[in-house]
Design a protein around this ligand. Structure first.
Ligand code: SF4
Length: 173
């Protein structure tokens, strides 16, 4: 199964612990002041097979889980479900999506992703709010993720990918 990818990296600022982050390519939601506009075009410059992504995830050492970000992971629900189903036991999963819970519930495939991820953080980014996750819905389906991380953490990372530098994490409290 194919998935357009911006990049895949290790992060300690996109959920608790050390995580693989799958940054997908493509988003049509146009949140004002989005922190990651280079992931918006639906380009097919870097298409990966989910078999390859699973291999990276399941062979990674010392990680706690996987986060899906972008771009908009819910543009590719079938591929994300495929990855979630095949991740090795013990890894937790977080979905970051700009779609609202109401929008997700209208789509059987998008809602299936939310049901399978341990935590989904849903809703458009709103730059005028005091915290990047203010106004978003947190949907927990298991107790694998401690939500206190999102209340206390002030983690910032600069992700360097070729000529691009992206500021990521929780940096506004
Ligand atoms: S959903 Fe995410 S990637 Fe898409 S515009 Fe909003 S903040 Fe940016």
């Amino acid at each position: 199964m194919k998935l357009p990818i911006h990049h895949i990296s290790i992060s300690e600022a996109n959920g608790p612990g050390s995580r693989i982050v799958v940054w997908v390519q493509g988003c049509q939601l146009k949140c004002k002041k989005c922190f990651n506009p280079m992931t918006h075009p639906f380009t097919k410059d870097n298409i990966m097979d989910t078999d390859e992504i699973i291999e990276i995830i399941n062979n990674a050492k010392h990680i706690n889980g996987v986060s899906f970000s972008g771009g908009e992971p819910l543009e590719y629900p079938t591929a994300i479900i495929d990855i979630l189903k095949r991740m090795k036991v013990g890894l937790n999963s977080i979905l970051f999506s700009g779609y609202t819970l109401e929008e997700v519930m209208k789509s059987p495939l998008k809602s299936d992703v939310v049901r399978k991820a341990d935590l989904s953080i849903l809703g458009r980014y709103n730059d005028s709010l005091p915290h990047p996750y203010a106004g978003k819905k947190f949907v927990l389906t298991t107790d694998a993720i401690d939500l206190n991380y999102f209340k206390k953490s002030i983690n910032v990372e600069y992700q360097i990918n070729g000529n691009e530098i992206t500021k990521t994490g929780i940096f506004k409290l």
